[in-house]
Design a protein around this ligand. Sequence first.
Ligand code: NAD
Length: 373
Amino acid sequence: MKISVLKESAPGERRVAATQETIKKFIALGAEVAVEAGAGLTAAIADADYAAAGASVGDRASTLAGAGIVLGVQGPDPASLGGVAPGAWVVASLNPFGERTRVDAYAAAGLEALAMEFMPRITRAQSMDILSSQSNLSGYKAVLDAASEYGRAFPMMMTAAGTVSAARVFVMGVGVAGLQAIATARRLGAQVSATDVRSATKEQIQSLGAKPIFVENVAGIEGEGSGGYAGEMSDAYKAAQAELVSAHIAKQDIVITTALIPGRPAPRLISAAQVASMRPGSVIVDLAVEQGGNVEGAVAGEVVDVGGVKIVGHRNVPSRLAADTSALFSRNLFNFLNAFWDKDKAAPVLDEEIGDAVRLTRGGQVVNPRLLS
Ligand code: NAD
């Protein structure tokens, strides 16, 4: 089985889908690994490091020739996979809803496309979960990005020249990214509060030393959709949340928003009026900006200034910490293929639960129920 690792071609993508560590592990399974030259440079891995780990390093055509599995961070352009035989797997974060034509092209080429972001959130798949590994570091980076845009310090400091007060940080959406944002802001010495629609997060917020800000006594408050994700909230809930949040936001220095609802645009959590209610010098980081944005006025790929309030909308935040996010993404890919590796076939054989969840295309057809419904 030949595993091919491509140099990412999406603009601004700095990550890579394999490290020296995962290449050694694939080779120990009996696989052959080929890496496209330069694939790791933006994630601090030289071609020589890949070669020392046992991979062959070459141009794209030689990397892809005879590939059984093609690994990527983002989905490779189907037109660039000309040399790959039908039946081969493409395993990456494939953005199936946003890149539907690309999925159709994988099907037309007879490739089996496996979307890592469709990994079920079950205990045995935790080590394969790219959404968690990448969101975790995004939550951390969001706080650092906020700190670098903020013209003040985060911790309270008592100096001979007077006291500097602690920054007030409010985290909206307490999933994997939000929890890490809370922990990071606390480590920097900020006064932190947080909110979510899932009531289960209240205790998690408290256990990190932050203050929960929650809507109480409103119908439809549970907030829990399927698979541990959020669902769409009732209108009564949304109105109560807007009122509570308005009063709170006006007193904050930093707001980090991370709220997502799978398969839908990100919920709008902060209106232009709420942005205007914040003091000049405040900073908002919208981690959902590429999914439609939690914040009115946020622009993907830009830091905008609205009346002295900066709204940070960096694209592809995981790529901003490419060495670490690549290491974790690569391990997620290895853990996935290794869990299903069949020694006799010298190839992975997926089971139904995980295979049916992540497989988008097979035998020339789009087969994933989430894309067919
Ligand atoms: P996500 O990225 O889908 O969403 C981020 C957060 O935004 C969620 O906590 C969500 O509840 C919240 N949110 C949505 N709408 C909101 C609104 N209107 N206002 C405020 N907040 C809103 O979530 P995630 O980080 O992927 O985590 C989702 C859940 O899955 C968590 O419970 C997490 O612990 C769980 N999880 C389980 C596993 C596993 O078992 N393998 C792995 C990872 C995460």
